[in-house]
Design a protein. Structure first.
Length: 301
């Protein structure tokens, strides 16, 4: 039996509406050297849908309502590939995605390689959908520049096995992309962005729900970042969180504007984006001051 070259991990929670598009995009690209693992804690019919329509997928279903970091870690622990890729159920891979992921890892020594994220069927999207996409993935909208980078998209990223395993054992009980990537970069392997690895995003999330999760993401991130830190560090970071929304807006604008695409949509949705950045910043301030609370447990996408 040929060794598995690529394991694709998809963490899902109540994703029945989008999972068929995600898995169908992978189906024609997968052979015996590729495995797709769906780590699922859904209460809808996602697991039945996967079993019925995609029997070639390895389904790991958990009755407990596991958050995304735990689901990704369970999927990674079960992966056999020399390269392990992370997709969201909202990610629709390009026809050559599998080939390009493996090609990039064959050519590059970088342990972490990300790709681009475009909006799926952009002409039919509402202004709120555009705002959500630009706020979350505007930096990764094509064209992206090939090379070393400070950030990669969580919905289109892949890892050499050595980044995630020690002596055959999974390194992380929970997979938090930002902290894993920081650890890899500090160890001497810069993050890499590869334009040829392409997905589009179909994420039908209500703006109000997304706004809530921005708070939880911000608070979870901050709480994990300062866990075990002395009080003076926590207070200092909490105070600095007041300018986070400005820093994020500047970074996103600087990264997005040179792409010369959808500038009008970017400007018209800027008030919503500012609100989303502001809610994230408030979450960060609370996380630094009071810890993560239950925010990490409420992150399902």
């Amino acid at each position: 039996m040929e060794p598995v070259q690529l394991s694709v991990v998809v963490a899902s929670h109540n994703a029945a509406a989008v999972m068929p598009s995600c898995l169908a995009a992978l189906e024609g690209q997968c052979d015996r050297r590729t495995e797709v693992i769906v780590a699922d804690s859904s209460t809808d019919d996602t697991p039945d849908l996967v079993r019925r329509r995609f029997p070639w997928v390895r389904l790991l279903h958990f009755d407990d309502p596991l958050a995304i970091a735990a689901l990704r870690a369970r999927g990674i622990a079960a992966a056999a590939g020399r390269v392990i890729a992370i997709l969201d159920p909202y990610s629709i891979a390009a026809d050559d995605w599998v080939r390009e992921v493996l090609r990039a890892h064959d050519r590059r020594d970088n342990l972490v390689i990300g790709g681009s994220v475009d909006l799926h069927r952009p002409e039919s999207r509402s202004w709120s959908a555009w705002a959500i996409y630009l706020n979350e993935y505007g930096l990764f909208m094509p064209p992206v520049v090939r090379g070393e980078t400070w950030i990669v998209p969580g919905s289109n990223v892949s890892y050499k096995r050595a980044a995630l395993f020690d002596a055959g054992q999974p390194r992380y009980r929970e997979f938090w992309k930002t902290f894993v990537n920081w650890e890899v970069a500090r160890a001497g392997s810069p993050l890499w962005l590869e334009p040829a690895i392409r997905v589009t995003l179909d994420k039908p999330i209500a703006l109000g729900d997304f706004l809530r999760t921005r708070y939880d993401h911000g608070r979870c991130f901050a709480g994990l970042r300062v866990r075990g830190s002395p009080g003076v560090v926590r207070v200092g970071r909490a105070a600095s969180a007041s300018v986070v929304w400005l820093v994020q807006t500047w970074r996103w604008t600087r990264g997005f504007w040179p792409k010369r695409r959808h500038r009008v949509r970017f400007v018209l949705t800027l008030p919503i984006q500012l609100a989303l950045f502001g809610v994230w910043a408030w979450g960060e301030a609370c996380g630094y001051a009071r810890g993560a609370g239950r925010s990490c447990e409420q992150l399902f996408y």
